[in-house]
Write a protein of this length. Sequence first.
Length: 682
Amino acid sequence: MTPTRDPSATTRVIHAACPHDCPDTCAIRVTVEGERLIRLQGEPDHPTTHGALCTKVSRYAERNSHPERVLQPLRRVGPKGSGQFEPVGWDEALDDIAARLKAIAARDPQAILPYSYAGTMGFVQGEAMAGRFFHRLGASQLNRTICAEAGATGLALTYGATVGMHLEHFAESRLILIWGSNSIASNLHFWTYAQAAKRAGAKLIAIDPRRTETAEKCHQHIALRPGTDSALALGLMHELVVNDWLDHDYLTQHVEGWPELRERALRWPPERAAEVCGISADEVRGLARDYGTTAPAAIRLNYGMQRVAGGGNAARLIALLPCLVGAWRHRAGGLLLSASGWNKPFRNRALERPDLLAGRQPRSINMSTIGDDLLREASPAFGPRIEALIVYNSNPVAVAPESAKVVAGFRREDLFTVVLEHFLTDTADHADYVLPATTQLEHWDVHASYGHTYLLINEPALPPAGQARSNAEIFRQLAARMGFDEPCFQDDDLSLARQAFEVDFDELRRVGWLKLPVPEAPFAEGRFFTASGKARACAPCLPLPDHVPNHESAERDPALAQRYPLAMISPPSRNFLNSTFVNVKSLRDIEGEPLLEICDADAQARGLVDGQPVRVFNDRGEYHCVARVSPRARPGVVNGLGVWWRKLGRNGTNVNQLTHQRLTDLGEAPCFYDCLVEVAPL
């Protein structure tokens, strides 16, 4: 419904940016009349947004004015997890929080842990003032691995940085491999360019265990088993070698360790790769032929494929494929997993001030093992027990793996927990204090992207709702109560925004975005960001990449695979973004309820029919949902769509009740898609 207009109010158009964990990082045009939101739309002049927003963010106004939004500080009055709170004033809340933190820090500041991720991708409301606060405090550091670290590490080991193609150039590609990505749901603006290429005659091939909405619209779908992407890459390399579909000059000049990689590839004929991947040898041969004989060929790799035991090795092998065929010679050839490494103007140290540690070296705790770590006792190896947890920009009770342990940790009565939030999420329900945070429409921020090469600004369009304060303001006021008197704690949010990038900030404000100076065809002549300037297959102290089987697989644990014969992946529901937007009614109405996609043969073998309530279980617990008998699931694999809030589920759990805390080969990241289960009627 269009808001009632006030003819006496001033109408303003404001530059904003989507804050969510998505490669598109859209530019947004916000129209306000006085203090009323009139319209929120994609910025039509921004080169990659081109006026379009996804279904989720187009409903941001509904989220912003949600009736359940937290608008005043809350203090717990019931058991942890009950969500029972009473209102409290800001001064009383901050005074008590600071006093509690001071007492713990006097014993050992490492007993205090921040927990945050990408609830906003903004640099100001992310780790700017928060980083300063925790560095000055000497708190434990958080190793932020939960989404992308295996793939990012693999990419950086290969190219020397997390860099790739320009998004716009996919429109000129003649072949696009969409690898581990449901682009229609999670990378909409890339899909626009892929569609343009398709209309111009390009072939699109989806490589994904699930027959996604994207896979349905590609010319071909290769439905490999989860965790076998590295085997497929090696099988492709075998065919490129034996058929001489290689750019020998590029390999000689710009690839380090090619002779060793060639020998490894020759051990992976199509039959071997196909057996591991659960596809046909002809699919391997055909894909290799397309890739080896079509130019320019581009790969849009996404992070789904690296959430398994061998995710880092898989990313390394796939990143080497464009080097074998010389795809990098073309601006429409190569690969894009992350463009974040192009963000050279980012002044991270100036923003987060690690110098405030003053020589201290606090321990680092992996956010992906928070379930185990909250339950650990103090020890010489681990250090002090975690006594206080400050959560912002994250919902770990819903999103962290093996959530039964996460819940047990958050329910510790001796754990002091503060959550900065918009809503009473599963995590906020376990807090001692919930502090109301501003939304993207109510604060300053600046953004880069991991999916394109533009910087963006976000200006506040509306005043903070209720008593909400920005993350940066909350940490600024906590710092004052802790007695942190360094001048950097006086920087307001606009000052922080100005410090984030070495760019013309006034121009960024005027236009709304700035393009980063990235070459059109960045690696046409090599010049990778490695020490040698070459892409690395192997190097001193860097072994060759190889196929690494899943932790939970017949290859590693036949007995476990016999008890739990179905592999489960947990891709995001189309209308949610991780656990964000789950409480937006219009989007939840579209999703309906938690679903498990299962193929017809696997359903029949278990006596299941479409729409039937089921229990999905393994040794870690069980999750209740509804079976959707669907061709989206391949045989032997079920798709537990996530990430629902636990308290909105049938038995107060979600898919992460079943995932484990074992980590990837590179980057110490979680293995969400490396999970064996069984399914039975409820």
